[in-house]
Design a protein around this ligand. Structure first.
Ligand code: ADP
Ligand code: MG
Length: 692
């Protein structure tokens, strides 16, 4: 039996070390320690020899004897201890700067030791600083020795890797009866070792194969429970929340399709609309994430889905993150629905309050069929007669709370469609959303020429400007985007104004007209600047990232991004999506300083190499790790110890499908008491999937 007490009672720990273990590694119980997995192993059967060392050796273990101990004083109460270590093939100098007294007392000539550490070449001589050292026993518990991450503080308290290994070596002898967490049939089907066996083998494997199997089993377990948490939440939601049934495709949809469709739908658009139709007539509430790269035509899909709601005598609304976008959607809708007699309204903060009041009355009476708006839509005094579908554009801009409030606006809860142009890498989507329905528009409308992207630095600015001049003189328009750099909005504004001045110097009035857009402008001012640019009254738009989302000016063909190294990949991709929306060849120019760090360089390189949003999202995930991805905090992804959603895609896939099948067959998990127990104890109470 594993001792279940406080780790303080484990032989060799005690109060001082227990405190360090808790503070430095979050280890409080023997089980915690057992779950503190080694990050690698040293293969005893492959003891290194001095003769075989190379700069690439990394951490090695060697066996030999010591001689020529020397102590040099390096200051008051400070000394350096060196000792020669020889294994018969050569010798290496071991060096200590601290704890020398202890080492001096311990080392004896003639005794055979194992040393472990990183060898390095110093003046042509192999050295190892602060190696771990112990008397060779000749007989070993296995051929592999676990190597644990330790901090300086842990080492100072005698909790180096080797010391931890002595603790785990003892622990693994008493884990036979440890609880199995995975169902027996799952273990069997996936050929996974039991939990006790895996926990033992991940510390002390008998072979590389066994180690692999153990790691695989433990990764599987992590991903399995992550999936279970997410999917259980979403399936219980499905079981609980009946959706209204949109049984018919009627006049609105059909008339639009045959008479108003401005262009043929792409295959992907058709497929996605069909997926949503299926959802909305299934009797379950639709809760679907629609991913599609910028320009893939999500708006049209949203519109047609909303028409389905209208055909079933429900209202529909579309919520956008900014007034600019809401207004733009509204105008698009008016244009596309022209002549169909569908009452569409725009509800945003800047509507006069008297008008707003009337608008709300029309929404409440059901006279208004489609409402487009911003956050203003979720205010509690906006009451619908019968809200059947909510579309949310650009999901990341909305907080969890805001989205949840939309649920309460219809009874039964309205169908929900969340659209995002920030593609989420496949593995991440699978992990995050579990069983959540996810549609992807993976095809751009025909006739688009991919944006060409170039990286330029300051010395070539004159060339960039003369290129812009050519474009503008040929009738095109240009964006300049500045990042938010400073904490203070004032300073950011100054950067922007400096930028504006530079641009205006090169593109003088009255021949060239320049718009400026930033967060400090009032909604009216923004709308005005947007209008001028959209109408072609201005040639250049100098802007902060407020331009980022959804703005649609097909005649704009060049985007210059200043200080591009300061933007994240997904933001660069979003920004670039503002150009390449028309039939002309478009360009994106990434201006950066000269010396870029490795990751910035990789980001810029990725941008120049591809326009595929999914590839960019994958690169982003790879470069930043999931830690920095938006919205992941509650997802559990960040708590994975072994599994990586970047590298373990097959396992992510396998566990996701498995959990889906289990829940399909047995939604309440009545046949799996161990899984039920997990669900009940799960700290992950946050219904992540509910919000999308
Ligand atoms: P996003 O997915 O970024 O929201 P939009 O819905 O704004 O993209 O569409 C981008 C542009 O593509 C719009 O000008 C839209 O009218 C056009 N578009 C959408 N669907 C098609 C299609 N099937 N064929 C041609 N153009 C399309
Ligand atoms: Mg859009």
């Amino acid at each position: 039996m594993l001792p279940t007490d406080d780790i303080v009672y484990l032989k060799g720990v005690g109060p001082a070390r227990a405190k360090v273990l808790a503070a430095e590694a979050d280890i409080r119980t023997p089980l915690d320690l057992l779950l503190y997995f080694p990050f690698r192993h040293i293969d005893y059967s492959k003891l290194a020899t001095v003769a075989s060392l190379s700069e690439e050796s990394g951490m090695v273990m060697m066996e030999g004897t010591v001689s020529n101990m020397a102590v040099v004083s390096t200051g008051p109460r400070r000394e350096r201890l060196t000792v020669d270590f020889s294994d018969g093939t050569g010798y290496i100098q071991l060096v200590w700067f601290a704890g020398t007294k202890w080492v001096r007392e311990k080392l004896k000539p003639g005794v055979v030791y194992n040393v472990m550490g990183h060898p390095s070449l110093f003046n042509g001589q192999w050295q190892m600083t602060h190696p771990e050292l112990e008397v060779s026993t000749g007989q070993r518990s296995g051929t592999f020795l676990p190597v644990y991450n330790t901090t300086e503080k842990m080492k100072q308290h005698g909790l180096g890797s080797r010391a931890l290994a002595r603790l785990t070596e003892h622990l693994v002898t008493c884990i036979e009866g440890i609880d199995e967490t995975l169902p027996a049939d799952v273990l069997q089907r996936f050929h996974l070792p039991g939990r006790a066996e895996a926990l033992k083998a991940i510390h002390y494997p008998a072979s590389a194969e066994q180690l692999n199997a153990a790691r695989n089993r433990l990764k599987f377990e992590e991903l399995f429970f992550l999936q279970l948490d997410n999917q259980y939440a979403s399936t219980s939601r499905q079981r609980l929340s009946h959706g209204r049934v949109f049984a018919s495709v009627g006049d609105c949809f059909n008339r639009f399709y045959s008479e108003h469709l401005p262009f043929p739908l792409t295959g992907a658009q058709k497929r996605v609309i069909k997926e949503m139709r299926e959802d909305m007539r299934s009797g379950h509430q639709m809760n679907r994430l629609l991913q599609g790269d910028v320009g893939s035509g999500k708006t049209l899909v949203a519109l047609m889905t909303m028409l389905l709601a209208l055909d079933n005598r429900a209202q529909a609304c579309l919520m956008a993150p900014t007034e600019i976008l809401a207004t733009q959607h509204y105008n698009t809708f008016l244009r596309m629905l022209d002549g169909m007699g569908i009452r569409t309204e725009l509800l945003i903060g800047s509507v006069r309050s008297a008008d707003k009041k009337k608008m709300k009355q029309r929404i409440a009476s059901g006279e208004t069929q489609i409402v487009i708006g911003t956050h203003a839509l979720i205010e509690s005094d906006v009451v619908f007669r019968d809200l059947g579908l909510v579309v949310i554009d650009e999901q990341h801009r909305f907080g969890v709370q805001q989205r949840a409030r939309l649920w309460d606006k219809g009874n039964p809860a309205p169908h929900i469609l969340v659209m995002t142009a920030t593609p989420i890498p496949r593995t991440l989507a699978m992990t995050l959303y579990g069983d959540l329905d996810c549609s992807v528009i993976d095809e751009l409308p025909p006739g688009r020429t991919p944006v060409r992207t170039y990286h330029r630095t300051e010395p070539r600015r004159p060339l960039v400007f003369s290129f812009l001049k050519q474009q503008i003189d040929a009738g095109r328009q240009v964006y300049f985007v500045y990042p938010l750099i400073h904490e203070s909005e004032k300073l950011d504004l100054r950067d922007l104004e400096d930028g504006l001045e530079m641009v205006q110097n090169y593109f003088p009035r009255p021949q060239y007209q320049v718009s400026m857009m930033h967060g400090q402008l009032t909604p009216e001012e923004k709308a005005f600047e947007m209008y001028r640019f959209k109408r072609g009254l201005t040639h250049i738009m100098v802007s902060t990232t407020v331009i980022e989302v959804g703005v649609d000016v097909p005649n704009a063909t060049v985007m210059v991004i200043e200080n591009a190294e300061r933007f994240g990949l997904s933001q660069l991709h979003q920004l670039r999506g503002r150009v390449g929306r028309g039939s002309e060849q478009s360009y994106c120019i990434l201006m950066t300083k000269d010396n870029l760090g490795a990751t910035s360089r990789e980001r810029i390189r990725t941008m120049c190499a591809t326009t595929d949003g999914f590839k960019i999202a994958e690169a982003d995930l790879r470069l930043r790790g999931p830690g920095d991805m938006q919205g992941l905090q509650q997802s559990g992804v960040l708590e994975l110890k072994l599994a990586s959603i970047v590298d373990d895609e097959p396992l992510v896939q396998a566990t996701r499908n498995l959990v889906r099948d289990l829940l399909d067959a047995d939604p309440s998990l009545s046949r799996y008491p161990e899984l039920r127990r997990h669900i009940e104890h799960s700290k992950n109470k946050m219904l992540w999937s509910k919000i999308s």
